[in-house]
Write a protein that binds this ligand. Structure first.
Ligand code: GDP
Ligand code: MG
Length: 163
């Protein structure tokens, strides 16, 4: 049995930073998946003694703004199909953007659990601002700093609790 966690979100919110941190700390392997467009990275990691697959999405997004939004929404839909649980990453430094709203609309309809990770909560001021993300309507919201690692343990506890 392999349990899969997908990290989705718009560009620059810190998905890859989180993914790399996960793999580094747990000494996991990153597999290269062959394909014409390699828009995702796959890894295996463990937490609380449980092993699971992690997918980092959105590696290569380019084109005009419309193409770009369509591409990200497509990646989110693929992630919903592939994953058992979705980490929807957002950015406390920018707050909620239109693209976050679009992704939230897709994710709200998913039949898979969605955990919101508000990233870049590097200090207490950011934490207060970051509570605005509850408005997206997801039950589980985590405030993390992928850079320092703060809050990431609680997020991973929630992931393994769903396994
Ligand atoms: P992705 O496009 O979602 O994969 O985002 P990246 O992981 O490439 O990160 C985008 C930028 O945000 C980079 O400059 C990171 O160093 C920065 N970043 C990632 N996590 C954090 C964080 O927790 N705090 C701060 N301040 N910056 C971060
Ligand atoms: Mg990335």
């Amino acid at each position: 049995m392999s349990y899969t966690v997908a990290i989705v979100g718009r560009p620059n919110v810190g998905k890859s930073t989180f993914f790399n941190r996960l793999l580094e700390e747990r000494k996991a392997i990153v597999d290269d998946v062959s394909g014409v467009t390699r828009d995702r990275q796959y890894g295996v990691t463990e937490w609380n003694g449980r092993s699971f697959n992690v997918i980092d999405t959105g590696g290569f997004v380019h084109g005009s703004e419309d193409v770009f939004e369509i591409e990200i929404c497509k990646q989110v839909k693929t992630a919903i199909d592939e994953a058992d649980v979705i980490i929807f990453m957002t950015d406390a430094a920018t707050g909620i953007t239109d693209l976050d709203d679009s992704l939230a609309n897709i994710l709200r309809r998913a039949t898979k659990p969605v955990l919101v990770a508000v990233n870049k909560v590097d200090n207490n001021n950011r934490y207060l601002e970051a509570t605005e993300f509850y408005i997206l309507g997801f039950e589980q919201v985590f405030f993390i700093s992928s850079m320092s690692g703060s809050g990431t343990g609680e997020l991973l506890d929630a992931v393994t609790a769903l396994m």
